[in-house]
Design a binder for this molecule. Structure first.
Ligand SMILES: Nc1ncnc2c1ncn2[C@@H]1O[C@H](COP(=O)(O)OP(=O)(O)OP(=O)(O)O)[C@@H](O)[C@H]1O
Ligand SMILES: [Mg+2]
Length: 308
């Protein structure tokens, strides 16, 4: 009964060849089919589209987890606001699975919707922030497949009333995956700042990140060596507990090391309290280092603008 039904269906559907000759012919046209498939696929690929009102977008990234991307993103965003109080700065937490920006920026309300059904970003230290963490409870776990993550990311980018933003800093999750690809394919990125610790294990993964951005033709502005050293509490000597291999990767990719940030309890505490060191200890050498990075980004934007 089953065979009859199949035969019957095959006959009715003229697209399915009925004999071997016909199948060969069908196979020959596979090339054309592939061309057609590629044409359809290329139509389906996302197009780079600016975010309304947003001028310059920088990604903070590293292949490696836990090296201080979010800490760096928060401090660069606040440093930019301190350096140029008249400019508007945004901070987007693109880590959908492990958002930390709410804690680090001491923000925990739910964003309100405006008349146009767009979410209003939450603001602290003058920086407009958006994060998945504002939309879910602290203890919830996001268990999503790739497509859902992309849709959430799109909402965080485009369903937000960013208003006018001169610099949007995007904190990215660890790895070199869907999120990074989706960001690069959907929005115009001015550049990426890589963050790494000087340990060989971290650098090897950071290198993968650098290669990915090179392949995607995203300019690498520079690299920040985080947890660069600790200062001995007794003699104040610098101890490079994670080694000092960052220079090699900087040379390999022809990029500069933008800052060496020490491993310092004050930084950990400031992040847990939601007051970035740029704000809590503005005269510290670390705050100065983050401001130097901010100045480098401002310069980078100006140079790029002049080249156009
Ligand atoms: N220079 C530093 N000195 C002291 N603590 C630091 C420093 N940089 C980061 N930390 C602390 O290390 C932990 C990891 O930092 P952070 O969350 O910024 O890393 P991440 O790369 O964003 O991690 P993930 O890959 O999970 O997103 C945090 O608790 C943070 O406060
Ligand atoms: Mg992070």
């Amino acid at each position: 009964m089953f065979v009859l039904t199949r035969k019957c269906c095959f006959k009715q559907n003229s697209k399915f060849p009925q004999n071997f000759q016909a199948w060969r012919h069908y196979a020959n046209s596979a090339e054309e089919l592939e061309k057609h498939r590629q044409k359809v696929m290329s139509k389906g690929l996302p197009k780079v589209k600016p975010i309304t009102g947003v001028k310059h977008i920088f990604l903070i990234a590293s292949g490696k987890g836990g090296v201080g991307k979010s800490t760096t993103a928060v401090n660069i965003a606040t440093a930019l606001k301190v350096l140029q109080p008249n400019k508007n700065v945004g901070l987007l937490d693109a880590d959908v699975f492990g958002p930390t920006i709410p804690l680090m920026m001491n923000l925990n309300e739910s964003p309100i919707l405006n008349q146009d059904n767009l979410m209003e970003p939450l603001i602290n230290y003058g920086v407009k922030c958006m994060s998945m963490g504002f939309l879910i409870t602290e203890s919830s776990a996001v268990i999503w497949r790739g497509l859902m993550v992309m849709q959430a990311l799109d909402k965080l980018l485009r369903q937000v009333h960013w208003g006018s933003v001169d610099y949007l800093i995007i904190d990215t999750p660890p790895g070199t995956g869907d999120t990074h690809l989706s960001l690069v394919q959907n929005i115009p990125i001015s550049g990426v700042v890589l963050v790494t610790t000087p340990q060989i294990a971290a650098l090897n993964v950071t290198r993968r990140g650098a290669v990915m951005f090179q392949k995607l033709k995203v300019p690498i502005v520079g690299i920040i060596e985080n947890m660069s050293y600790i200062k001995c509490p007794a003699c104040s000597n610098k101890v490079h507990i994670f080694g000092s291999a960052t220079q090699s990767i900087a040379e390999e990719f022809g990029i500069s090391i933008m800052a060496h940030i020490p491993l310092k309890q004050k930084i950990t505490d400031s992040m847990d309290k939601g007051v970035p060191i740029v704000i809590s200890d503005p005269l510290s050498t670390e705050a100065e280092a983050y401001k130097n990075v901010g100045n480098s980004l401002i310069k980078f934007v100006n140079i790029t603008a002049n080249e156009l």
